[in-house]
Write a protein that binds this ligand. Structure first.
Ligand SMILES: N[C@@H](CCC(=O)N[C@@H](CSCO)C(=O)NCC(=O)O)C(=O)O
Ligand SMILES: [Zn+2]
Ligand SMILES: [Zn+2]
Length: 193
C-alpha cells in the first residue's frame, strides 16, 4: 500500500527548468479566483508534513517553495484573502472561499524574512523547481494522518522518490536559521550563511 503523499510526487518527480522564470497561481474558486503573479522560479521546494502548510484534499504532505517577496504580487481577488494565523511566523494568506493558501509571508525578524512561501501546483505552467527534500515528516503522525508505526513506511516511500527525509527542515535551512539566531544573540559575528 502506498500513501497519498501529494499528487505532484506520487508518480515520481519531474525535473524543473533552470531557465524558467515564473508564472501565475490561481486559487480553486471557479468564479473570480484569487490570482498571484510570480516573476521568479521558486527555491528550496520541499514536501512539508507540518500541520500549518496547505495540502490538497487527501494528501498528507504540502509542496511548498519560496520566492523573493519582491517577485510576488496579487493580480486579482485580493479582497478574498485573509491571514490564517496572525500569530504564526509565516502569515499564510488564504482565499476565504476555497481555503487555498496563496502565499505565506514573514513579517518578523527571521532568517527567511524577505521570502514568500508558495504552492506551485496552483499554476498551469511547467518548469518550476522540483521537490528537493521532505521536511517535518513526523508531523503527519502528530495530525493523526499516519499511525506512528507507519511513519517509517512514509519515509521509505519518500526515499524511493529520491528525497531525503527530515523531521525539521533540511540541515542547510536549519543551519541558516541557527546562524541567524546566533548572530542575533551576539554569539556569532560573521558566517557565509
Ligand atoms: N510540528 C509542527 C511543526 C510546524 C512547523 O514548525 N513548520 C515549519 C515549516 S513550514 C514550511 O516548511 C515552520 O517553519 N513553521 C512556521 C510557521 O508555520 O509559521 C506542526 O506540524 O504544526
Ligand atoms: Zn478561492
Ligand atoms: Zn509546513
Amino acid at each position: 500500500m502506498s500513501f497519498n503523499l501529494h499528487p505532484l510526487i506520487n508518480n515520481g518527480i519531474t525535473a524543473g527548468s533552470s531557465s524558467f522564470s515564473g508564472g501565475k497561481l490561481s486559487c480553486h474558486c471557479k468564479a473570480s479566483p484569487v490570482t498571484v503573479s510570480l516573476t521568479s522560479n521558486i527555491a528550496h521546494n520541499h514536501a512539508c508534513g507540518c500541520s500549518k502548510c496547505w495540502k490538497p484534499s487527501g494528501a498528507i504532505f504540502s509542496i511548498v517553495g519560496v520566492v523573493p517577496r519582491s517577485a510576488l504580487s496579487v493580480a486579482s481577488g485580493e479582497s478574498k484573502l485573509y491571514i490564517v494565523d496572525k500569530d504564526a511566523v509565516i502569515q499564510r494568506h488564504a482565499c476565504k472561499e476555497c481555503g487555498v493558501h496563496m502565499f505565506g509571508r514573514i513579517e518578523v525578524d527571521h532568517a527567511f524574512h524577505g521570502l514568500d512561501f508558495v504552492h506551485v501546483e496552483l499554476s498551469k505552467e511547467k518548469g518550476w523547481q522540483e521537490v528537493q527534500f521532505a521536511a517535518f515528516v513526523s508531523s503527519v503522525v502528530e495530525q493523526g494522518l499516519v499511525a506512528p508505526e507507519e511513519a517509517d513506511k512514509v519515509r521509505q516511500q519518500l526515499k524511493g522518490l529520491g528525497l531525503s527525509t527530515y523531521d525539521a527542515l533540511s540541515p542547510g535551512l536549519m543551519d541558516a536559521i541557527a546562524a541567524f539566531v546566533a548572530k542575533k544573540n551576539g554569539v556569532l559575528r560573521e558566517s557565509k550563511l
